[in-house]
Design a protein around this ligand. Structure first.
Ligand SMILES: NC(=O)c1ccc[n+]([C@@H]2O[C@H](COP(=O)([O-])OP(=O)(O)OC[C@H]3O[C@@H](n4cnc5c(N)ncnc54)[C@H](OP(=O)(O)O)[C@@H]3O)[C@@H](O)[C@H]2O)c1
Length: 258
């Protein structure tokens, strides 16, 4: 596989393709030869994306009907799905005292159960054919705790746990599960979570671009990696946190690190 590997004739579905990382994933997959099914809820942004992909579909990961309709549409048009990227997700950045049970459920619903719902719909076909790849866009917040991120950390830790279980269940099936953990990425994510001045409040924080995340995610998918922590700094912090957690806590007090 070349460094900029191709996805020629692969049918690839991306959830949350109307913004940020998902939008870049859809564009880069199309540029690399995939037949891309770009999905999301926002009709205006879906229509704008439609000319760049093979199919633009409404898909709300919270709704059984919506997922069933998208699954049927993919089956009718292509008869299969080769690559599923569970990217749709939402953030919540507030203290534990301000995080209600309804907040917890909403974040878990989208970030965990949404990915589970879509995967359960497409996985049987992949297993039956004996090939396929599911990429789950988790986060470094699925590997470490962050202050004022309880709901989000819980949802991404859960996504990673579920993915690891799936990896075991699917061993030998020909279907791979790839876990991707980006650090902070410069997308509308923080604004969409109501944190409009995130960048201003974190002036020292270096962020990846959505394009970089998409590029590295697709490389991981081609290589069928089990899990990737994107960016060397995030990887170092992840490793240090496993070995000497107080050191990382101390470093984070000194500098805004992801
Ligand atoms: N940005 C970061 O710093 C960062 C870091 C690590 C991991 N991540 C993860 O990366 C993924 C993408 O985030 P992003 O930064 O690209 O954020 P974003 O720009 O806010 O995009 C989020 C996407 O999720 C979709 N979405 C939200 N609720 C949905 C639902 N119920 N059904 C279907 N789609 C839904 C949105 O589409 P519609 O509104 O059209 O439905 C949108 O396309 C998320 O899982 C996020 O947790 C982000």
């Amino acid at each position: 596989m070349s460094a900029s590997g191709r996805f020629d004739d692969q049918i690839a579905l991306v959830t949350g393709a109307t913004s940020g990382i998902g939008l870049e994933l859809a564009r880069q997959l199309a540029a690399r030869g995939a037949k891309v099914v770009a999905t999301g809820r926002d009709q205006g942004r879906l229509m704008a994306l439609a000319p760049q992909v093979d199919l633009a579909l409404t898909l709300d990961v919270l709704q059984d009907d919506s997922v069933q309709a998208a699954t049927a549409a993919v089956q009718d048009r292509y008869g299969r799905l080769d690559l599923l990227i569970n990217n749709a997700g939402v953030g919540l950045f507030q203290s534990w005292q301000d995080t209600s049970m309804a907040d917890m459920r909403r974040i878990m619903d989208v970030n965990l159960f949404g990915a589970v719902r879509v995967t359960q719909a497409f996985l049987p076909g992949m297993v039956e054919r004996g090939r396929g790849c599911v990429v789950n866009i988790a986060s470094v917040a699925g590997e470490r705790g962050y202050a004022k991120h309880t709901a989000y950390c819980a949802s991404k830790h859960a996504m990673i746990g579920w993915s690891r279980g799936l990896q075991k269940d699917l061993k030998g099936s020909g279907v791979d599960v790839v876990i991707v953990c980006p650090p902070a990425v410069d997308t509308p994510f923080f604004g969409n979570a109501g944190f409009h001045d995130y960048k201003e409040k974190h002036p020292g924080l270096s962020m990846m671009s959505a394009g970089q995340v998409a590029e590295q995610t697709l490389q991981a998918a081609l290589a069928r990696k089990r899990q990737v922590i994107l960016s060397p700094r995030a990887k170092t912090l992840w490793l240090l946190d496993k070995l000497v957690p107080p050191l990382v806590d101390g470093l984070q007090k000194l500098k805004d690190l992801r």
